[in-house]
Design a binder for this molecule. Sequence first.
Ligand code: NAP
Length: 263
Amino acid sequence: MKFSIQSRNDSQSNELMGLAKNYLQDFGLILDELEPDIVISIGGDGTLLHAFHNHVKRLDKVAFVGIHTGHLGFYADWKPSELEKLVLCIAKNQYRVVEYPLLEVNVCNNSETTTYLALNEATIKSPSVTLVMDVFLNDRHFERFRGDGLCISTPSGSTAYNKALGGAIIHPTLRAIQITEMASINNRVFRTIGSSLVLPDHHTCTLKPVRTQEFTMTVDHIQLKHDELESIIFRVAKERVRFARFRPFPFWERVHDSFISNE
Ligand code: NAP
C-alpha cells in the first residue's frame, strides 16, 4: 500500500510526520506523494482541507485520515498518542471507508464553465459594497439577496464557517448542501428568506449578479480569481470524499466533544 503525509508544518506535526513515515515504512508501506492509497493529515481540520485539495483529482482512489496536534477536529480525530495504533491498523488494512458528500461549484462566464469541489464550503462576498445577487432554486427565481455574502456548505462543512453564521449542523450521511446568509439586509423594501436552506442532491442553487460589482469567492481555504461572472451553480457533487475509519466515532459524538465538552 502507498501512503503520503500532509503536515501542518509546525514542529510537533513535523516530528509526528517523521515518526509515522518510519513506522509505516518499517511495515513495508511505500511513501508516494503523487498516487497514495491513503493520506495521513497531521495538524488540524485545516490541514486536511489542504490534503483534500492536493488529491482532488483522484478522490475515488484515495482515503484520508487525520491526526490532530491541536484540538479535536472533525476530520482530524486521532490523538498524537495513538500514532502507533493507527499505523498498525493501516499496515494490517484494518479499516473501512466512509464516504461524505461534496459541493460542486460551477463558475460560468461567456459560455465557459470552471468547476471546483469543496469539502467544507464556498463563499461569495463583495469586498467593499453590499453584495446583490439573484438567487434561483432549480432555475426558478427565489429572492434577490442583499447583504455581506452567502455561504454554501457541505454536511461535513456545516460545523465550520456555516455554524459560525448560525446555519444548521447536518449529518454527513445526508446528501445535501446548505445555503446560509451573511448579514442579509431585511426591511420594508428588501427581503430575503432569513433562514438557512437545505437542498437535496437533485436540486441546484444558482446565483446571478444583478449589477457589475467586485466579488471575492472562496472554495474552502482557496481564494478564487474570476473578474467577470455570469452565474455560479451549486449542487451536491457526484464525487465523494473517502475517509478511512478505524473505529466508530459517531458524528454527533464529535459534535458534542468539539462544541459542548470533551470530558
Ligand atoms: P483555518 O484556520 O484552516 O480554519 C479555521 C477554523 O475552522 C479552524 O479552527 C479549523 O479547525 C476550523 N475548521 C475547518 N474545517 C472545519 C470543519 N469541517 N468543522 C469544524 N471546524 C472546522 O482557516 P483557513 O485556512 O481560512 O481554512 C478555511 C476554513 O476556515 C474554511 O473552510 C471555513 O470553514 C473556515 N472559516 C471559518 C470561519 C468562522 O468560523 N467564522 C471564517 C472563515 C473561514 P482546525 O483548527 O482543526 O484546523
